[in-house]
Design a binder for this molecule. Sequence first.
Ligand code: ATP
Ligand code: MG
Length: 370
Amino acid sequence: MVEKKSHIENEFDDNNNNNEDVNEDIIRMNPSTESPIDLEIQDIEGIGPTTAKKLKDAGIISVMDLAVTSADELAVEINASKDSAAAFIMAAQKLLRDSNVLEKEFITADAALEKRRSMLRCSTGSKVLDELLLGGIETQAVTEFYGEFGSGKSQICHTLCAIARQPIEASGLDSNVIYIDTEGTFRPERLNQIARARNFDPMHVLKSVAVCKVYNSSHLELIIKDLGKYINDFKAKLVIIDSIISLHRAEFSGRGTLADRQQRLNSILHKLIRLSEIYNIAIVITNQVQSSPDTFFGDPTKAAGGNVLGHASTYRIYLRKSGENRIAKMIDSPYHPYSDVRFTVSEKGSDDIEDVKKNNKKTSKDEIFE
Ligand SMILES: Nc1ncnc2c1ncn2[C@@H]1O[C@H](COP(=O)(O)OP(=O)(O)OP(=O)(O)O)[C@@H](O)[C@H]1O
Ligand SMILES: [Mg+2]
């Protein structure tokens, strides 16, 4: 039987056509569309077969898909008023709440703490960077790394890919990863090197990362729109977008188009936040910096994307180069202390300065005694 490939699978094919093994495995990995939650669109109060068909035609096939859509988008897609679109979304969210997939509107703080305990963490490969993040990047959150070119954003992303495949006891997520590459900087050979240097099975790691190369902002918006399905299909607990802003920044450059750009970014980011919570996954985005000429004291660079990005990420980490090393600073978080740490980039990806020094020392000693 010939399996029908989804849009993203075709995307992956285009990107990975040099690597038959990885490709085949991505398709074999999980071609099913079965949802971890056994709920059908028709189970939603107020949705009959006609609306269910309209939703399916618009690509909304699960209750989760509907719950993460925005009312504006849905109204256009199913040709309904914004009010009825909002009512469908709220009914989907209510069904998820009643089924204990989503939190109730009000929960007591101890129950909230319990839910936070179900959150998973993935190591960044550097102990000090993990400490800054109080244990690594979190599920149910969007973590943003921003910084100038060469500051280590993509290196952290590659390292996270290798570690996410590792068991939970080894600070991984025991899961696959979706990597959305908007800058063409994903390198399977670098992932291979990081996996080898960390004594992970490189093939196991390479086969667990589904890469999608994105060429323009509309393409990115399309991929994000269907991201819930891809997360489900590929059983990913980590989604990386490197970078979130480059395409929109390049395509919407004039002043007149700024409002449109911000509105589009806003809708992407809100969808990402909802996805991270509903699927209990970690989302990592990278962002560029821009100079802020009105700064008289301190660092005259700030994250690109303005308030829209600032408010959307749960955690923001600013990366700076410092000689051969990197400085990471927690800029915005509801509970992390605003401290900074120094880490480095080695063949193991993001790494600790001390460990690199130790390893270097060992190598030279070995050489002496050889
Ligand atoms: N195999 C390696 N071993 C050691 N260091 C490496 C290795 N590969 C890359 N690096 C370091 O990582 C740097 C590149 O970092 P990275 O690609 O993460 O930058 P970035 O923050 O994503 O920049 P951009 O904004 O251009 O995308 C290189 O300049 C180099 O210092
Ligand atoms: Mg990069």
